[in-house]
Design a protein around this ligand. Structure first.
Ligand SMILES: NC(=O)c1ccc[n+]([C@@H]2O[C@H](COP(=O)([O-])OP(=O)(O)OC[C@H]3O[C@@H](n4cnc5c(N)ncnc54)[C@H](OP(=O)(O)O)[C@@H]3O)[C@@H](O)[C@H]2O)c1
Ligand SMILES: [Zn+2]
Length: 388
């Protein structure tokens, strides 16, 4: 007989779903939740709701409707045991509360924890059952939940979500002019996604033709994402809204290394824009996207809102982790349409949902180092049903 019952798996998945409620508020920490149950009956649960705020385990313990002594705690991530951080460690809290068994989604790769949380619990006589190896599928779901956090720590680069909206005939705009494609419901989802990301990146053509603000509107503002533009020669006119508003909203331009020390770069800096030079890539268009990502140490989630050119470059470099495509059911571009980039054929679909007149489909890149399971992301689940 295995150590994990179907009931254990159900409660662990409940914790994974609950953890998603912290999306947008806890980064750069991972989303974590804890469900406490006795004989399969939930007696308390909680999630990490705010960066710097209490962890999931003490919240769940505090919310228990009855004494948790002898109960089982289901945690999406190995409980922490280190003291060099904002909040007291969770493993001792579970021990003090008399928890008899802890079921863990995945271990914490943070070297200060990584197995030490499990060891501390076991030393106190608690039965600890990690999902893997017996239920490697559920461990993979627990890792997928925190894929951006794991990527940030293992590869020192942001998790890249690419998003575009296309017409019913597969176009993203007209040649050389924008086209309003998304429905109000689709736009709201985009702004919610923006509000949970740390930065938004566009190519210079989009900055020029669409003249976007790339700010968060019509939804609660969780944070202000930094606006990023890849512009090899810094050609974008200073009248553009991105440059004109750089004094109010943090804005960074990435250009070729040599361009970063030209008078054009200096003029941009005087306008309040941060300018960063990165190597050009002669094998493809523009500057090295990998170098761009490496220049973003504070970004866990990067949202790319590309035209077809930038989309193709990102696909070619293999740096896209997740793709959201909104498909209009009503808008047609006609013969003057600019076709969307081709979605790599190996990308796996995790789901589709209706947003007004649009349909949103999520895809994950199975070759990404941050791919563990073909399950819908927290953002997608929240878009489908925001209330837990
Ligand atoms: N429907 C939608 O969701 C949506 C979203 C965005 C845009 N659009 C539409 O897309 C159109 C613009 O798309 P686009 O394909 O022409 O341009 P784009 O992707 O917005 O920008 C491409 C430009 O970015 C610069 N760049 C720098 N480094 C790059 C790199 N590594 N890879 C690729 N580009 C790099 C290049 O110009 P330099 O060499 O001069 O630096 C390149 O030509 C607009 O009409 C806009 O309305 C639609
Ligand atoms: Zn903790």
């Amino acid at each position: 007989v295995g150590r994990l019952s179907e009931q254990d798996v159900t409660l662990l998945r409940r914790a994974i779903r609950l953890a998603m409620s912290g999306r947008g508020h806890v980064e750069p920490n991972p989303m974590v939740a804890c469900v406490i149950a006795r004989d399969g009956r939930v007696i308390g649960e909680g999630y990490h709701a705010q960066f710097g705020g209490p962890h999931a385990e003490p919240t769940a313990l505090a919310r228990c409707e009855e004494d948790p002594r002898g109960a089982t705690a289901y945690v999406t991530l190995e409980p922490c045991c280190h003291t060099n951080k904002k909040t007291p460690p969770c493993a001792p809290r579970l021990i003090e509360a008399g928890i008899a068994r802890v079921v863990i989604g995945c271990l914490d790769s943070n070297p200060a924890v990584n197995g030490n949380g499990v060891a501390m619990l076991r030393a106190a006589g608690i039965v600890v059952d990690p999902a893997a190896p017996e239920r490697a599928d559920v461990q993979a779901e627990a890792k997928q939940l925190i894929a951006p956090f794991l990527l940030r720590h293992s590869h020192h680069q942001p998790y890249v979500t690419m998003k575009w909206t296309q017409t019913s005939d597969g176009c993203v705009s007209l040649y050389h002019s924008p086209l309003r494609i998304s429905s109000p419901a689709g736009r709201k989802l985009v702004h919610e996604l923006r509000a949970r990301c740390d930065a938004i990146l566009v190519g210079v053509h989009t900055a020029w033709i669409d003249n976007p603000m790339l700010t968060v509107r019509h939804v609660p503002q969780v944070r202000t994402p930094r606006r990023l533009v890849v512009d090899t020669e810094l050609r974008l006119p200073h009248e553009s809204r991105l440059i004109a508003s750089a004094g109010e909203v943090p804005t960074t331009f990435f250009c070729a290394t040599a361009t970063a020390s030209t008078p054009r770069a200096e003029a941009l800096r005087r306008a309040g824009v941060q300018v960063i030079g990165v190597p050009e890539l002669f094998s493809q268009e523009g500057i090295s996207l990998l170098h761009v990502l490496r220049e973003l140490p504070d970004v866990t989630h990067l949202l790319v809102e590309p035209g077809p050119t930038l989309a193709e470059s990102f696909f070619n470099t293999g740096l896209v982790d997740r793709l959201w495509v909104f498909r209009s059911r009503t808008v047609l571009a006609g013969p003057h349409g600019l076709a969307a980039a081709d979605i790599p054929p190996d990308f796996v679909e995790t789901g589709t949902l209706a947003a007004g007149d649009d349909e949103l489909t999520e895809y994950l890149n199975p070759k990404s180092p941050a791919f563990f399971a073909a399950t819908p992301s927290a953002d997608f689940v929240l878009a489908r049903s925001p209330v837990v």
